[in-house]
Ligand binder design. Structure first.
Ligand code: BGC
Length: 744
């Protein structure tokens, strides 16, 4: 065969490349900058196609543009892993077998780790599983501040402190988005109770709004570059938050420069005009046919009649397209993976680091298995599966190691493990949820009535006969527990668990209480009677293993409370007055009259003693903090840098969480006594001393000035308090700021 001259060959190749380039539109080329790809697509879309991108075409997708090869954008709950598939047009599970996922410990357990790096790994696991399941946008993390411990979704959020919540959220979002999956921080804003969530109006002043409730969202946008924000169901200052001129246009998109997508909560849209003008970019979950959605036909009619400029629609389309492109939905996406060994290991690590040891009298823990022959395991929560509960954050877990299963696996025949239920908790509903046909209701079950008195006596007898009793008490995901849609009705443990604990403790002084609950519970009636209390949250699919390793000392607890545990409900800000105005609302409005004084800020301002303070958690070892030094300036524009030493004075390796609170000495405006502004979790070997360095930026000293619309730092004296909880701050220094500062 004759060979072509080189020059001719080059010419042919160039021509072929040119043809290919012309036939491949710019928006399909990953090398083209994102904004150019967005504009290229926008220029090709019909009105119909644009509208298809700004509202749902199923429970969890938009229409995409098949003509241009633009896929549907697939969304999924949620914060703790990828939710099971839901039917196209209703909330019933789709009944598939390819939608199991890793169930990670719930958000409040993650917050209890005080380890933002774990947050990043957590986001990475969600991203890998989301890619494997073909999802582009994951509906989490939830960052609403815990105002009342009764909020049914406390378990889905990151606690009561904006700084801690922000650090953890930034970690999760970075991890998720590094895996080409968009995070969706929710619920913006002030969704601090489930009771009447769709209608309640919140009135709160500008300072608490900015300093507490918006702060984690601001960090999500400005620091983590989150690609999506979900509006809240409730109203704020009379307007529904899913289309809210002030929150979405002025603050989020204006002041914070957010260029991503605002998605409504499911069914949170109420008006075409407001959705069009007041910042909503994607309408999801509205009842009725998709073409009747506020941003579908009614929006089209408004555009055609000239009521709404098409530029409003174009802006929404751009924002939707940005997310699709940023998640590489049009490019080659890495395939992802489900339930790998690494994912399981991460779930276990988060569970371990999130366990909070609240009480350990006489160093009963860790238990020495060699000294134990019989263990009584007691309580509904020792066996109740928790993954598939709580509504939108539920996960169809590949497996779930219950506390009982974890203890049985750990002891492995070396001790007798005797289980008794102890209380009668409501029927577990998982199987019904799975049953798409509804046939389960008609399945005949033997009429086996359990007698609560008998259950209690059996548990007490088991405790008496054992060397140690472990009661798994707490809440679950049934109505008025830790669940979406309803709030708890009180702080007390339900189903007679206080009596169970008291009776078991009377029968066996070596009684350990492990609380499986996503929010604080009252302990006053029984706390003094038991030597050990552990807060285990809902610890994910490996939770039982994590609990067992902690109980027997293979791991050393290092979790710290991300929220105050009050003695009584009245000791918390929204319940102090007992007025409906403060909770759950009066005439449809709830007034946050406590202003800045939420969580530990309330306890400090009102000198209310908590049961367990914010930031608290014990270890099997002991630490000593020393050598506090405060210096002006520091890396990356820090205003001050604080150093101290942490020494492990015990005999086991352990992690301490060094917490720094700033206390303005003579503030010109009302300020909380102290606020968390930096922390570090450090692993220290026995006898080892480590230096901890904490940087404080201008924000650490600032408050929001509504008059100046800016974050203001007054010159003057600030105390720097460092320690191991908001109520245990042995190191004290001070910092004098000579010049006032102002940032936006
Ligand atoms: C919840 C959201 C969730 C959405 C979709 C709503 O009821 O408030 O958090 O993402 O449903 O399931």
């Amino acid at each position: 065969m004759r060979r072509l001259p080189t020059a001719l060959l080059t010419l042919c190749c160039c021509a072929a490349a040119l043809v290919a380039e012309e036939s491949r539109p710019r928006y399909l080329d990953p090398a083209v900058p994102l904004e150019e790809r967005v504009e290229d697509i926008l220029g090709r879309l019909t009105l119909e196609e644009k509208l298809g991108l700004v509202h749902a075409d199923s429970k969890f997708s938009t229409a995409g543009v098949p003509r241009l090869g633009i896929p549907k954008m697939w969304m999924s709950d949620g914060p703790h892993g990828v939710r099971e598939e839901i039917s196209r047009d209703n909330w019933r599970p789709a009944g598939r077998t390819d939608d199991f996922a890793t169930w990670l410990p719930v958000s409040i357990a993650l917050a209890a780790t005080w380890n933002p790096e774990l947050g990043e790994a957590y986001g990475g696991v969600i991203a890998a599983e989301a890619r494997a399941r073909g999802k582009h946008l994951m509906l989490g993390p939830g960052v609403n501040i815990q105002r009342t411990p009764l909020n049914g979704r406390t378990f889905e959020y990151l606690g009561e402190d904006p700084w801690l919540a922000a650090r953890m959220a930034v970690g999760v979002i970075r991890g998720m988005q590094a895996g080409d999956v968009a995070a969706c921080v929710k619920h913006f804003a002030l969704n601090n109770q489930e009771h009447a969530r769709g209608t309640v109006n919140v009135e709160v002043d500008e300072r608490p709004l900015r300093e507490l409730y918006l702060a984690p969202f601001e960090a999500a946008v400005r620091e983590a570059g989150v690609w999506s924000v979900m509006g809240a169901y409730n109203k704020f200052r009379g307007q529904h938050c899913c289309h809210h001129g002030y929150l979405l246009n002025t603050v989020l998109k204006g002041e914070w420069g957010f260029r991503g997508l605002v998605v409504s909560d499911w069914g949170g849209t109420h008006s075409t005009a407001e959705a069009a003008r007041d910042g909503l970019d994607l309408e999801m979950g509205t009842r009725g046919s998709y073409s009747d959605y506020y941003l579908a036909e009614p929006f089209r009619r408004g555009i055609e009649s000239g009521e709404f400029p098409v530029a409003l629609l174009d802006d929404k389309v751009r924002r939707n397209l940005r997310v699709l492109l940023a998640t590489r939905a049009l490019d080659d996406r890495a395939p992802g993976a489900l339930n790998t060994r690494a994912h399981q290991a991460l779930a276990r690590k988060v569970a371990e680091e999130g366990l909070v040891l609240l009480k350990n009298s006489g160093a009963l823990l860790p238990l020495d298995l060699a000294q134990i022959r019989r263990i009584a395991v007691i309580g509904d929560n020792a066996v109740r599966l928790q993954a598939h509960g709580g509504q939108s954050s539920e996960i169809k877990a590949f497996h779930e190691v219950s506390p009982l299963a974890g203890l049985v696996a750990y002891t492995d025949g070396r001790a007798d493990v005797n289980f008794s239920l102890g209380v009668l908790a409501p029927k577990y509903r998982r199987m019904e949820a799975f049953d798409v046909t509804g046939a389960a209701e008609h399945v005949a079950l033997p009429d086996r009535k359990l007698d609560p008195a008998e259950l209690l006596e059996r548990a007490v007898a088991a405790a008496r006969a054992a060397d140690v009793a472990i009661v798994f008490a707490g809440l679950n995901h049934e109505r008025h527990n830790d669940t979406e849609s309803t709030d708890r009705l009180s702080l007390e443990l339900p189903y007679g668990q206080p009596e169970l604990i008291a009776r078991v403790a009377a029968a066996n002084p070596r009684t350990i209480v492990v609380l499986v609950a996503g929010s604080p519970v009252a302990m006053d009636p029984w706390l003094e009677k038991v030597p050990v209390v552990v807060q285990a949250w809902y610890a994910g699919m490996e939770g039982g293993h994590a609990i067992a390793s902690m109980i027997f000392g293979d791991t050393n607890p290092s979790g710290r409370l991300p929220c105050t545990f009050p003695r009584r409900l009245e000791d918390t800000a929204p319940h102090a007055t007992g007025l409906a105005r403060h909770y759950p609302g009066e005439a449809g409005t709830v007034h946050y009259d406590e202003g800045l004084f939420v969580g530990y800020r309330w306890n400090d301002a009102k000198a209310v003693e908590p049961l367990f303070p914010f930031g608290f958690g014990l270890s099997y070892t002991t630490f000593e903090l020393s050598g506090l030094e405060v210096a002006a300036g520091g890396d990356a524009g820090a205003v001050a840098t604080v150093e101290c030493e942490v020494t492990n004075t015990g005999s086991r390796a352990g992690a301490e969480v060094v917490q720094l609170y700033v206390e303005p000495v003579a503030p010109a405006v009302q300020r909380p006594v102290r606020e968390l502004k930096a922390f570090a979790k450090v692993l220290v070997q026995p006898g080892e001393r480590r230096t901890v360095r904490l940087a404080l930026g201008a924000r650490a000293f600032s408050y929001y000035s509504p008059e100046r619309k800016a974050w203001v730092v007054d010159a003057g004296e600030y105390r720097i308090a460092v320690g191991r909880s908001s109520r245990d701050l042995p190191l004290r220094g001070s910092f004098h700021l000579t010049q006032p500062l102002e940032t936006r």
